[in-house]
Design a protein around this ligand. Sequence first.
Ligand SMILES: NC(=O)c1ccc[n+]([C@@H]2O[C@H](COP(=O)([O-])OP(=O)(O)OC[C@H]3O[C@@H](n4cnc5c(N)ncnc54)[C@H](O)[C@@H]3O)[C@@H](O)[C@H]2O)c1
Length: 266
Amino acid sequence: MMRLEGKVAIVTGGGGGIGAAVARRLTAEGASVVIADLFEESAERAAAPLGDSALAVQFDAADPESVKAMIDRCMTHFGRIDILHNNAAMTDPVKSPQDTTAPDIPIGIWREILDINLTGYLLGCKYAIPHMIAGGGGSIINTASNSGSAGDLARIAYGSTKAAIMGLTRYVATQHGRQNIRCNSIAPGVVLTEALEKTVPGLKDIIKRHILTPEFGTPDDIAALVAFLASDESRYITGENISISGGGLVHQPHYADLLAFMESDG
Ligand SMILES: NC(=O)c1ccc[n+]([C@@H]2O[C@H](COP(=O)([O-])OP(=O)(O)OC[C@H]3O[C@@H](n4cnc5c(N)ncnc54)[C@H](O)[C@@H]3O)[C@@H](O)[C@H]2O)c1
């Protein structure tokens, strides 16, 4: 499929698992892609196999000047912006574990996570939308998470940003629909990235009892959804949040216990 021939995309957090897979998929479908990441080396590693179709750009999603410079770089290099995949999220191995509960989270960590995960997405929209309008329209895809739809025992800041991203998505869709700009969010459940494989293996076993598909999804599964939302095939879908999580949130809370009970009963 070459649904994105001639289109230009930006993928933030493109040096990592899901973003790198999205960049591969979008270029495979004919797009040129800016792979934007906090870590230049990761962005370059993701861009290298894609040749002239990809440009690695270092930027910090929390810094308005840096986001603007990254968007300007896309315009200078590729001349337009049709697709924005806001996908970066705080991944700092020291700071992320401090994202705990309301009484315990340091307020500085709360603010930093909001800056990267939420304000960073607003900034991407702020600076990309005028170029999309000038170019006749566009498609924005924001990576939320199932953590934005249900509470959890840790990561209060992360989950709150992911819920807010769904709201941001509806506002951008509402305010710019008539300018031919669509905006949707995607909400992955557990996705097997390299980073995730390294963290808390026990958690994967617990969560697996609650998904309906036999296996967890991969970054390529997410990339397929992003490519669809980026393409004109989804032209009548805007303002939506699409969960991509093996049905992790669609069933009754007692699902896993009942299944185990039925299986043990023979
Ligand atoms: N993997 C999962 O199971 C899962 C589940 C739900 C949602 N998500 C979401 O998917 C998105 C991608 O996550 P992933 O699993 O590929 O993780 P990842 O760590 O591989 O990717 C995140 C990327 O964001 C970059 N980043 C971090 N801070 C940044 C900053 N300040 N400015 C610019 N870039 C920055 C990182 O360098 C990294 O490349 C995130 O928004 C994450 O919340 C992932």
